[in-house]
Design a binder for this molecule. Structure first.
Ligand code: SF4
Length: 168
C-alpha cells in the first residue's frame, strides 16, 4: 500500500501518452473548425447498429466521455433520424435490420450522408458467412466515408470523422 501511494505521488495525472494527446488535440481543433465551417457549428449523428457485436458502439460511447467529449466540438449523437445530418452505421447488414436501416435513412432530411464504422459493413469481420447477412452496406446505401477497424478506437473514429468532414 505504501508503495502504491509513493508511486501515485510521483505520477502526474495520466490519460493518454503525451504524443498521442498532442495528436488528439490537433484532431479536436480540426474537427471543431470543419464542423463550424460546414455545419454552422452543429453536426448531429444518428448511430444505427445493423447487426454488430457491440464493440464498435462501446468505442463510440467513449467519444461522449469527459476526455474525448465530442459534444464540445459541436458533434451530438441524436435519438431520431429526423434530427440527424449523418447516419453512422455499424455492424453487418442483417436481414432483420435491413428495413429499419432503410427506414432510418429515408427519414434523415437532405442533405444527408452515411458513414460506415468498423470492418463489418464491408463484410471483413467475423460472422460474415452467416445466413442472416444481406450483404455489404455499400450495395444498399450511398456510403460517403468508411472508418476501418475491429473495433476502431476513439482516436481512429475521430480521425475518420475528420476525414469525412474534409471530404464533403
Ligand atoms: S467491426 Fe468488429 S468490433 Fe465492430 S461490430 Fe464488427 S465484429 Fe464487432
Amino acid at each position: 500500500m505504501i508503495r502504491f501511494w509513493e508511486k501515485r505521488a510521483k505520477t502526474s495525472v495520466v490519460t493518454e501518452h503525451p504524443e498521442l494527446e498532442t495528436q488528439i488535440d490537433q484532431i479536436r481543433r480540426s474537427i471543431k473548425d470543419e464542423v463550424k465551417r460546414k455545419f454552422a457549428g452543429s453536426l448531429a449523428i444518428r448511430m444505427v447498429d445493423s447487426g454488430s457485436c457491440n464493440a464498435c458502439e462501446a468505442e463510440c460511447n467513449a467519444l461522449s466521455n469527459p476526455y474525448y467529449d465530442l459534444e464540445r466540438l459541436g458533434i451530438r449523437f441524436v435519438a431520431s433520424p429526423r434530427h440527424a445530418d449523418v447516419m453512422l452505421l455499424s455492424g453487418l447488414l442483417t436481414f432483420n435490420m435491413y428495413h429499419h436501416v432503410m427506414d432510418a435513412w429515408a427519414q434523415i432530411p437532405e442533405p444527408k450522408w452515411s458513414v460506415t464504422l468498423g470492418d463489418c459493413p464491408l463484410m471483413n469481420a467475423p460472422f460474415q458467412k452467416s445466413f442472416a447477412i444481406k450483404g455489404p452496406v455499400a450495395e444498399h446505401l450511398p456510403v460517403a466515408h468508411h472508418i476501418p477497424g475491429c473495433p476502431p478506437d476513439p482516436e481512429t473514429i475521430m480521425q475518420g470523422l475528420l476525414e469525412f468532414l474534409k471530404k464533403i
